[in-house]
Design a protein around this ligand. Structure first.
Ligand code: ZN
Length: 430
């Protein structure tokens, strides 16, 4: 075994100590070196010396994507330009891109975090990693590459697309791991099947980034590519890039690097913490980032903390897969619901398709009702409809705590969109 990238921390207490030290370092650093943060702190009436415990994080002001856009081209910059060795930008389509600066230490920390991801997924310097994600100004390709080299494994930097070359490399170089988005990995799987080369390739693991995927997609991926494990890597440009967390081979949740950043899960309306295990918006505060630190950055991504220890024994806490965006939230009978929660239930139920609509109505009794229309899976007959309806309605009631009526409709009967489909139809006329 080579070098380990896991934290040397052994107890919760030690982890909290590392977090508090990092938080105090960060607030001092940004207050001294960033006009943006100093103004924000002053407006909120908070000084670095007020941060005496981890609970004091709630005194700090939030940072949003809009702040990054307004500060274009070098938002949140907290070091002089001569210390910046690289920038990355998000592939944002509307408005200005989010640009993030990195010092040499930031790049090195990111490489360590990413190497830790690979280690968590059981990779060693003997592995060969075909990297089929985008290279460029965004953080994907270069992050996967950096981590791979830091671990000491062999990187095969192909980038996305290029199916012919990908398949040829799978045969010739025999990578053991492929890194791709979920749809790219599926596409490769179908191609491997079509070409009948599964016996000639040596893939064992898929590491997926930046896209939601269902258990059904994973199962198909495993089948088509003949791999043992499919891992979910997390991250966002604002927070270094991909590589800030991954599931281990127990797949009980996504371990995240709590020694590099603090993750809060907040109700996006009230901005108060949600009870452990409940869905909330991920809000992150970095503990070591020099060039563009994040103070309570609202990611808009939704997930829940998994309030138990992983059976692998790691001290690193876990959150669930991403359940959607807080912008898509709706409220029914005083419960906040995210389409992702419904999506999650549907995509883990056999016999139904991936297209669905959520309809909200207010009836004469003054109460709100939710109806979910979902397509039967391709090739399925209606004779199982009644059972499916019953299963789904009870799952919804248990997991979301609100009753919903389920209607199964024919495959292909709901409209498709090349862009993101509209899911929620609110007829309540509020
Ligand atoms: Zn684990």
């Amino acid at each position: 075994m080579g070098k380990s990238f896991m934290p040397t921390i052994r107890t919760e207490r030690e982890l909290k100590k590392v977090q508090l030290e990092g938080l105090q370092w960060t607030v001092n650093h940004v207050y001294q070196h960033s006009e943006f943060y100093r103004n924000r702190f002053d407006e909120a009436g908070v000084k670095p010396r007020h941060i005496k415990s981890l609970k004091d994080i709630s005194k700090l002001p939030f940072t949003t994507a809009a702040d990054l856009q307004e500060g274009y081209p070098f938002p949140l910059r907290s070091v002089p330009f001569e210390k910046i060795v690289r920038i990355h930008a998000s592939s944002g389509t509307t408005g200005k891109r989010k640009v993030l600066c990195y010092t040499q230490k930031d790049i090195s920390d990111w490489a360590n975090m990413f190497a830790r991801c690979y280690e968590m997924a059981g990779l060693t310097p003997k592995d060969r990693v075909q990297i089929a994600v985008g290279y460029g100004v965004w953080t994907a390709g270069v992050g996967f590459q950096l981590g791979c080299e830091r671990l000491g494994a062999m990187a095969i930097p192909v980038g996305p697309g290029n199916i012919d070359m990908q398949c040829q490399f799978l045969e010739d170089f025999r990578p053991t791991v492929i890194c791709a988005t979920a749809s790219m990995a599926l596409l490769m799987g179908e191609e491997v099947e079509k070409r009948g080369i599964r016996e000639k390739i040596g893939l064992r693991k898929v590491i997926m980034g930046s896209e939601r995927s269902s258990d059904a997609m994973r199962a198909r991926m495993k089948d088509l590519l003949g791999v043992d494990h499919v891992f979910d890597i997390t991250g966002l440009t604002e927070l270094y890039g991909p590589g800030t967390g991954i599931d281990c081979d127990r797949h009980e949740g996504i371990h995240y690097w709590a020694d590099y950043y603090i993750l809060e899960l907040l109700n996006p309306e009230t901005l108060q913490p949600v009870p452990p295990g409940e869905t909330g918006e991920m809000v992150v505060t970095t503990l070591r980032k020099e060039a563009a630190p994040l103070i309570r950055y609202r990611t808009r991504d939704l997930t829940r903390l998994i309030p138990k220890k992983c059976s692998c024994g790691s001290i690193l806490p876990m959150h669930d897969r991403l359940l959607g965006r807080s912008d898509d939230m709706f409220i029914i009978r005083a419960v906040n619901i995210y389409p992702g929660q419904i999506d999650h239930i549907l995509s883990n139920t056999k016999g139904i398709g991936s297209e669905y609509q959520i309809h909200l109505d207010r009836k004469e009794d003054g109460k709100d009702y939710m109806t979910i229309k979902v397509e039967r899976a391709e090739g399925e007959t209606p004779d199982q409809d009644a059972v499916l309806v019953q299963t789904l309605e009870s799952e919804i009631k248990t997991q979301i705590l609100v009753s919903g009526k389920v209607e199964i409709v024919d495959y292909g009967s709901l409209p498709r969109s090349e862009r993101k489909s509209k899911r929620v139809f609110d007829h309540r006329g509020i």
